[in-house]
Design a protein. Sequence first.
Length: 301
Amino acid sequence: GGAGLYLAARHRLWEHSAAELPAGSLQLTLYQYKTCPFCSKVRAFLDYHGLPYEIVEVNPIMRKEIKFSSYRKVPILLANAGSPLQLNDSSVIISAIKTYLISKRNSLEEIVSFYPPMKTVTEQGKEVFEYGNKYWLMLDEKETKRIYPVNEVRVEEMKWRKWADDWLVHLISPNVYRTPREALASFDYIVREGKFGTVEGFFAKYLGAVAMFFISKRLKKRHHLQDDVREDLYEAVNEWVKAVGKHRLFMGGNQPNLADLAVYGVLRVMEGLEAFDDMMVHTKIQPWYQRMEEVIQKAEA
């Protein structure tokens, strides 16, 4: 499954050249898997803020591209704002870079130190790192008032950013690989778009589809999803639309905030797949999603 995802991602590489940045500005390199929703969140954030960056696609099996790091997950963002610095965890990356863009008081290195890693043990007995404060922007009182005129705005943004990480993201794989037919169709789409050679396309499509179908069943059980996982996806998406409300273009008002970018980043990894089409038909997400596409395309242009 990992091999199939790697081949698919490698052939659908999307690059932004760091060399286009003006001298002395923030230089960024993103180490990612193309189909990873956490990586997609970071790309949505960087694209919306018009930050050029270079992408390095990581082999999810060997991961030799990130052998320089003791942190063995993606996304990893290497940032150079005068000195090189490694940022880990999608939400930490977004909060730290956003703080850096707003605040001119602290260096990026100092800002990253506000998000300390903490080793914890999962229910399965696996050691993982969690990051303190990762949904907070480290701003002074004046900056906070400018970005969050009332405290409820900040609380709402943090709540839904966490929701995207803790719930929405776990609905993607069970829906994309819900049935053998959908799993095969998903990998067929990825391989076709990637213009694979005959042999590698065959292995990516069939082995990847079989592996991910069974993995998705384990994920369904782990996260206590309904028999038809589409229902969980529909409920989650409509919950988000209800939270945005009828009188706002985005949760951030006239422009997306970090919660909008997180939810959009997670959902867009399903584009081109049956789960995405079903979501558009059976939920009320389409108007908001189209507005997000338009505003990010405008920022990129």
